[in-house]
Design a protein around this ligand. Sequence first.
Ligand SMILES: Cc1cc2nc3c(=O)[nH]c(=O)nc-3n(C[C@H](O)[C@H](O)[C@H](O)COP(=O)(O)OP(=O)(O)OC[C@H]3O[C@@H](n4cnc5c(N)ncnc54)[C@H](O)[C@@H]3O)c2cc1C
Length: 445
Amino acid sequence: MQSKSSPKLRIAICGGGIGGLTLANALVSPSVHIDVYEAASQFGEIGAGVGLSLRTLRVYEMMGLKEGLESIGGKQPEKTAHLPFRCYRAHTGVAEPFKPPYVGAGPVTVHRAELHNMLFRKLPEAVHVHTAKRLVSYFHPNDPASPVTLRFADDTDATCDVLIGADGIKSVVRAGMLEELARCAEGAGNTREAAELRVNIPPRYSGCTTYRAMYRMSDKTRDISPSQDSAPGELYVGKNRMIIAYPVSQGSARLINVAGTSINPSRAGELHPEPWVAEVDPAEMIEGYRGWAPEVQEILQAVKLEGGHVKKWVVNVVGPLSAFAHGRVALLGDAASAPLAHGMTHFHGAGAGQAVEDAYMLRELLLDPRTTAANAQQALQVYSRLRAPIAEFVQKASYENGLVYSGRPLEGELEKTQVAMAAFVSEDPVEDAKKALAMLYGARL
Ligand SMILES: Cc1cc2nc3c(=O)[nH]c(=O)nc-3n(C[C@H](O)[C@H](O)[C@H](O)COP(=O)(O)OP(=O)(O)OC[C@H]3O[C@@H](n4cnc5c(N)ncnc54)[C@H](O)[C@@H]3O)c2cc1C
């Protein structure tokens, strides 16, 4: 039996975003020591909406966070074949209903900052949180008896048995891990594989640029804002462009999230020169929808009337990564991404959900009483083998959904993927974690 003073594993989580804080909440147990290292001097999130699927909610339920989530996100989504938003083609100047994508269940929409705040507040005291700790590199000896050493920008060091990189799409942990794998490939004489691994270190432009705005609905915009009474939101699509609007806060202080995306697949894979996020004049967003249906003009008008700040996001992605782990180091959430471990496009509202599922599988593997510093490497390999293909499928479905949103008809291969995605959403991620344990240890204790 483990005593409080000698945890069986010391786990460092680098990055305190939605993924890192979900993992920290998930891992709490007297048998592990958890440090969270966050680069920012204060915890915080960018204010924007995020949609959470049935699978994500299931994981939060298993972690005892269902009530906290309901307090900020409303009720459990209904199982439904198609996206329950009101969906229209709108670029010709008239809003015409179109067959919405398959989703399996309507999303619960929450404010990112509220979700992050809830996760932060729920962190037990046993979690050691360190802010203003920007990881710059790590050293990872082969011998599991020797700790992994972390080096921070303030010239300090820390050690751990297992390092989880939850440091987002520009992940330093991913860069370190891919470089390590590339050196191994070179050592085995495989220079081509080494080059391919290094190509995946910098994130690349997805071809999508999103304008996002959030405004607080008042009497002057009540009649032109989406209402949650008849549907969770509205979606308008047109040639290579879409716009979505939905409420993200419950109660009287209703916040409306608006996101308009342009899609140019021919530019996917470029290294994009523009800043990833920049505040812009609302006119820049409005211009993209010139000539679209009056319903779209109303949403844009509401953003303007309420003085909503508009942020332009150049959406970058990572991957595909063939592995999410190497030795005692693993990636989670946007850090992992390959077609997915998720520096993924956002057309299924699935990126944060993938980070949450990553966290749950890691919890089941690392908290298992049989997992120790000596065999943590095998546990992370199982995580990588099971999570990488799931994330890859979600990435593909998300990207193809973007094509449907930009005007391609929902038929043939595109429809097949979306039907499969809807079935996937209805499956239970807890079963994936059980499969992981069975793969590592055979039958559960
Ligand atoms: C336009 C857009 C819309 C989206 N909509 C949805 C949606 O509806 N539903 C959904 O599920 N997902 C959505 N996503 C995706 C989702 O936001 C991300 O997948 C999710 O937030 C990833 O969480 P994360 O914790 O992995 O990374 P992040 O949120 O990026 O967190 C990384 C953390 O690591 C810290 N950090 C970075 N570098 C270091 C370092 N060197 N050392 C220490 N700390 C470091 C950062 O400060 C940050 O706190 C959307 C994304 C975009 C771009």
